[in-house]
Design a protein around this ligand. Structure first.
Ligand code: URA
Length: 217
């Protein structure tokens, strides 16, 4: 499968609002990446992590998911602590961080205004998420950051949302085309969630404990 179909490039024109937001940001911030942010990590991984969308001055600037965003600090920290990455995260794409048995992506690949993609944009970008999941032959667990990513994954896997309610640290068992896939939920590592204590570092550590057990099961 062509890697372009898994990760769109700047020629993707499906979401007019996101295309024009990128164009505007190319003028405002010519040094930023300002294109659909490609996934990080190998398609042979057993773990796929799905976030929301690139942050304007984070992943949209650096061109690597969660890199330079507040949300990346906790995430890359735990990935390292639990053996899913090597190299020291320094919030820039040339810090040499390499994911191990993990791949990191977003439900929506382009930066949305105010960090809020519309339902149509999530559905439209789902074509890439669907292809990505199909292209991961060893996939066992999908870790979703937040309710939007949870619903996006259920949609592309053709699962009923009412059967799998989002709950922090909940591990769902999905049957997808005769394949068993686990879906693990966590609150997003956003600045708001962390600063309000909705998601504490300890709670996020517990999610990674669940994740490690699920991958070993
Ligand atoms: N938040 C996300 O959900 N994804 C990113 O890539 C950056 C911030």
């Amino acid at each position: 499968m062509s890697p372009d179909f898994v990760c769109p490039d700047e020629t993707c024109r499906f979401c007019p609002r996101l295309v024009s937001f990128l164009e505007k940001n190319r003028k405002l911030y010519p040094d930023f990446f300002n294109a659909p942010v490609p996934s990080l990590g190998n398609l042979n991984a057993e773990l796929l992590i799905v976030g929301l969308a690139p942050g304007l001055k984070g992943a949209n600037r650096t061109g690597r998911p969660f890199t330079g965003d507040f949300a990346g600090d906790l995430l890359y920290g735990r990935l390292h602590d639990f053996g899913f990455s090597e190299g020291i995260y320094q919030a820039c794409p040339d810090d040499g961080v390499r994911l191990l048995n993990a791949r990191l992506t977003n439900a929506v690949r382009c930066v949305p205004p105010e960090n809020k993609p519309t339902g149509d944009e999530v559905r439209c970008c789902g074509r890439y998420l669907a292809q990505e999941i199909k292209a991961m032959p060893n996939l066992k667990v999908i870790l979703v950051l937040g309710g939007l990513a949870h619903n996006a994954v259920l949609s592309v896997l053709g699962q009923k949302k009412t059967a799998f309610k989002f709950a922090h640290n909940a591990l769902h068992r999905l049957d997808w085309n005769g394949r068993e896939i686990r879906l693990l939920d966590t609150y997003h590592t956003s600045r708001y969630n962390v600063n309000t204590g909705k998601l504490t570092p300890e709670m996020f550590t517990d999610v990674f404990k669940t994740l490690s057990k699920a991958l070993k099961a």
